[in-house]
Ligand binder design. Structure first.
Ligand code: PMV
Length: 344
């Protein structure tokens, strides 16, 4: 067996859903109640450097440490994730030399992760972060692993992270343990996503709490879950045909239906800001003028616009006065990549 400590770095990109995951099945960790379809965003990334070491006898049982954008994180948030990593390692090397010394239980992780976009953008950084974390943790301990296994593990950290493992266009089905790639990032070279950051404030309610409140209190939740598969199917067809208008229209339906379930929760969940709505109305106006621009939103006030290469810059300019940091124009990006720490 190789010796510890070992350090590995990984880079992953956020996964922007065009058909949304909103709601968890009960009794399982981050298992989606709705199928989602997403685009991996190449322009922004989370970079993670992970060191794995073997605890010596008498060490504290939980020594994992995570520093995110320079800020030390509460280890309790990462405990289920690292416990899942240790479990996978134990399952994969039950008879290592030295007995329990090499099994997952004795390992602990020290992680530094940084987003290369302003944290102010308040994007789905957890998806990129946990995809990079899962890839580096498995590679550092078990060597190269299939993406399906990385995706399963990333899902424990954050549901949407299972999609960020793959580049291009992805699907994650209701009840599925991992995401899959639909098409690689080369599938639709003309597609662009323009991210419009309207606030740098931390979100008032985590997506986990918001999803659970929606499931437990919104009278619209069952209707949303029942309707989501056909919308996800339409979204996949739009991507298969590279039909921008159809993709834009289905993406709008998906996020607005998702928010409708939240507005009806008790107490209601409202992530939007006046600037978000101003952009939504502004895009309506641009569409009336014939521009191919459709928005989507997630558990926060930022607006992301689906468009093509010819119109991306105009969208970024149009709403400049409403933004807290410059618009980010993104192409479809690659999946997680892993390297040794010296590659960085
Ligand atoms: O995976 P989480 O807990 O970050 O939840 C993601 C939820 C949405 O971003 C709103 C939708 C999605 O499918 O990414």
């Amino acid at each position: 067996p190789e010796s510890f400590p070992r350090t590995i770095s990984a880079t992953a990109h956020p996964s922007l859903a065009v058909a949304k995951y909103w709601g968890k099945q009960t009794g399982a960790i981050n298992t989606a109640a709705t199928p989602s379809v997403a685009i991996t965003l190449g322009a922004i990334a989370a970079r993670t450097t992970l060191t794995v070491d073997c605890a010596s006898e008498g060490d504290q049982p939980c020594r994992d440490q995570v520093v995110l954008n320079g800020v030390s994180q509460d280890p309790r948030r990462f405990r289920p994730f690292f416990d899942a990593v240790r479990e996978v390692i134990t399952l994969n090397c039950p008879h290592q030399d030295g007995g329990s010394d090499q099994a997952g239980e004795c390992l602990f992780f020290t992680v530094r992760s940084d987003n290369d976009f302003p944290t102010a953008a308040g994007l789905a950084s957890s998806a990129a972060g946990f995809a990079a974390l899962a890839a580096s943790a498995l590679t550092a301990t078990l060597g190269e692993r299939p993406p399906e296994e990385i995706s399963r593990l990333a899902r424990i950290g954050s549901g949407s992270a299972c999609r960020s493992v793959y580049g291009g266009f992805t699907r994650w089905d209701a009840g599925a343990p991992a995401a899959e790639q639909l098409y690689p990032e080369t599938w639709w070279p003309d597609l662009r996503v323009v991210v419009l950051p309207v606030s740098s404030a931390e979100k008032p309610l985590s997506s986990r709490d918001a999803m659970n409140r929606t499931r437990d209190t919104s009278p619209f939740y069952d209707a949303w879950v029942a309707d989501a598969p056909s919308l996800a199917g339409e979204t996949r067809e739009a991507i298969a045909q590279r039909d921008l208008e159809r993709l834009g229209q289905t993406a709008r339906l998906s996020y607005l239906r998702m928010f409708s379930t939240m507005f009806a929760a008790a107490p209601p969940i409202m992530y939007w800001l006046p600037q978000s709505l101003e952009i939504i109305r502004g895009l309506e106006e641009l569409r009336r003028m014939g521009l191919p621009v459709w928005e989507t939103m997630d558990a926060g006030p930022q607006v992301k616009v689906i468009t093509d290469a010819a119109h991306a810059r105009q969208v970024a300019e149009e709403f400049r006065d409403l933004l807290v940091s410059p618009a980010i124009i993104s192409e479809v990006g690659p999946g997680v990549t892993v390297g040794t720490a010296s590659d960085r």
